[in-house]
Design a binder for this molecule. Structure first.
Ligand code: AMP
Length: 128
């Protein structure tokens, strides 16, 4: 089944300028902004400007130019927020939720960059 993109999702509205955001970085193909409900001192969302639902959609169908732009933006955001290892930062976690098992709330591909405190283990094992 082909990927199906909802143009009314909240990040599409941010990209159209219909609702505001706290921009961290804006490039030709990528926008990064602060999460409205931060889970850590650094919590930035990085999104492609193209209509991609999820990480797998982006990885499969985005152009090389978009993919390079996105990844370079991630590196720049890590540098800007001071979490990158290259300049002595304490590190970060990059998370992308996809679909129902991934508990994705907004159906426009986004990478969470979280840092600024110890984040604990990524997932807990289910009980039993
Ligand atoms: P996910 O569960 O991976 O889809 O995460 C969606 C994220 O988008 C959550 O961390 C929300 O806090 C965040 N979010 C929702 N609406 C906005 C908004 N208008 N501006 C910034 N972040 C938002």
């Amino acid at each position: 089944m082909p990927y199906s993109y909802d143009d009314e999702n909240i990040f599409a509205k941010i990209l159209r300028g219909d609702i505001p955001n706290k921009t961290v970085l804006d490039t030709d193909h990528t926008l990064a902004f602060e999460d409205i409900d931060p889970k850590a001192p650094v919590h930035v969302l990085v999104i492609p400007k193209g209509r991609y639902v999820s990480y797998d959609h982006f990885a499969a169908e985005a152009s090389d130019t978009e993919i390079v732009d996105f990844n370079r933006a991630v590196a720049e955001i890590c540098r800007m927020t001071g979490v990158d290892l290259g300049s002595g930062g304490a590190g970060f976690r990059a998370i992308s939720n996809a679909g129902s098992d991934g508990v994705q709330e907004v159906p426009h591909y986004h990478l969470h960059i979280l840092g600024g405190r110890p984040l604990g283990r990524m997932l807990a094992r289910p009980p039993g």
